[in-house]
Ligand binder design. Structure first.
Ligand code: HEM
Length: 391
């Protein structure tokens, strides 16, 4: 007999995807594409009834300890259902004190508490822990733009992980180790690949389809009483490991520390452990700066410090691309088109758009080590290394 979790998974991969796609086509065909009220009401009801009926037996079973991947996938399936109910306005945290889906909330909280993650769907469920069946990973819809978004997000995350993994091996070896040359080269190549995949994403993704038919599934929703911020492509640890290991962001910077604490439970336990580890290392930038007096003329310094600066530049370049191209084209410019009445809850995390953009701008500037009058960046220390190289 199929397990209740398999039944939910099978439904998410078939009817759920078909109904969401049908609804998206109806919304998108309207003059006001952001409107969902009074459209496809019968489909919405079927989606909610079928999904919640499949969740009920799982609530009775609770966490059946089927191993991390399966249990985490069930949490993801439940989360995809919640996110769709939110997208179709069958629930909305702004008008409710608690989720109207008591049983489903209990299941989410039970699993999440036992795994040590948030009880909502996180981006990882659609990216690097999204098991494909017969060539098809899970998705909300069968729209090509959702596939492009998920695929290239995943590629980009995997490249960040390659870079983070390479850099995390350097502290144990030391920056003067010949093996550090190999690892810095690997990190640079991986970050160049992030840039390459983000560029393809930028060129392939249709801004209208992304904004009106994909992004709305990433909104905040309640599980039990608590409202959880929306999912975003940033909910993985490698990018922060890179920030910290390079030394362009600091764990003792109140702004950055807040960001780390806020995202901790949106990541897998494995990612949480990697991030904790990265917080204990001395930044490579500090190691290079300290080596200037002693070793600036050494061959190893010339090679590894130059490579280190290349890695920092590649990281900064990808951060600028994320902000100046992806966020600007697919969120900011589209938002300006939107009717005022749809403006609330435009961002995944909830704050007003200009606040979010300002925060993302700061990250871009930290990662790019740009000089700033408003906050400290790594610009001075990077310059010191550059000068030591005579560049
Ligand atoms: C269409 C493409 C994309 C758009 C429009 C976009 C937009 C955004 C927005 C608006 C946020 C802020 C989160 C929020 O709303 O609360 C964000 C965060 C983030 N995104 Fe993207 N993103 C895109 C693709 C990517 C890709 C491919 C990556 C690479 C893995 C990525 C990495 C991140 C990271 C790491 C964060 C967290 C903040 C940070 O540490 O920079 N994004 N993104």
């Amino acid at each position: 007999m199929a397990l209740a979790s398999d039944n939910l998974d099978g439904w998410i991969r078939s009817s759920f995807r078909a109904m969401n796609t049908e609804l998206e086509e109806l919304y998108f065909a309207q003059e006001d594409r952001a409107n969902v009220d009074g459209v496809g009401e019968g489909i919405k009801k079927t989606l909610a009834d079928e999904g919640l009926a499949l969740v009920r037996p799982l609530v009775a079973e609770g966490n059946t300890n089927e191993g991390f991947e399966r249990t985490f996938a069930t949490l993801g399936n439940l989360g995809l259902l919640f996110a769709a109910l939110r997208r179709h306005e069958l629930t909305n945290p702004a008008r409710e004190q608690k989720s109207p889906f008591d049983d489903a909330s209990a299941l989410g909280m039970h699993i999440a508490a036992s795994l040590g993650v948030v009880p909502r769907f996180a981006n990882v469920h659609l990216n690097h822990h999204n098991r494909a069946v017969d060539g098809a990973p899970k998705s909300f819809t069968t729209l090509i733009d959702e596939k492009i978004f998920n695929d290239y997000n995943t590629f980009s995350i995997l490249c960040y992980q390659r870079a983070g993994d390479a850099l995390a091996r350097i502290p144990a070896l030391g920056i003067s180790n010949p093996a550090a040359t190999l690892l810095l080269n690997d990190a640079r190549a991986a970050l160049d690949d992030v840039f390459k995949y983000n560029e393809i994403l930028f060129n392939k993704l249709n801004p209208d389809r992304f904004f009106y038919s994909v992004r709305p599934y990433f909104k905040p929703y309640r599980v039990g009483r608590q409202e959880y911020r929306g999912a975003n492509a940033g909910d993985f640890s490698a990018i922060n490991e890179i920030d910290l290991l390079l030394g362009v962001c600091r764990g003792n910077d109140p702004y950055y520390a807040q960001l780390l604490v806020d995202k901790m439970l949106y990541m897998t336990p494995e990612d949480q452990a990697c991030l904790r580890m990265a917080l204990t290392y001395k930044p490579l930038l500090d190691e290079f700066v300290e080596a200037i007096d002693r070793s600036a003329k050494s061959e190893w310094f010339k090679v590894n410090a130059a490579l280190f600066l290349d890695v920092c530049a590649a990281h900064g370049r990808a951060a600028a691309q994320h902000h100046d191209k992806l966020v600007d084209t697919f969120i900011v410019k589209k938002t300006h088109e939107l009717e005022q009445r749809h403006m609330a809850q435009i961002t995944a995390s909830g704050p007003p758009l200009h606040v979010l953009i300002k925060a993302l701008e700061k990250l871009r500037d930290l990662r790019g080590a740009r000089p700033s009058d408003e906050f400290e960046t790594a610009a001075g220390k990077i310059d010191a290394v550059r000068r030591a190289l005579g560049a």
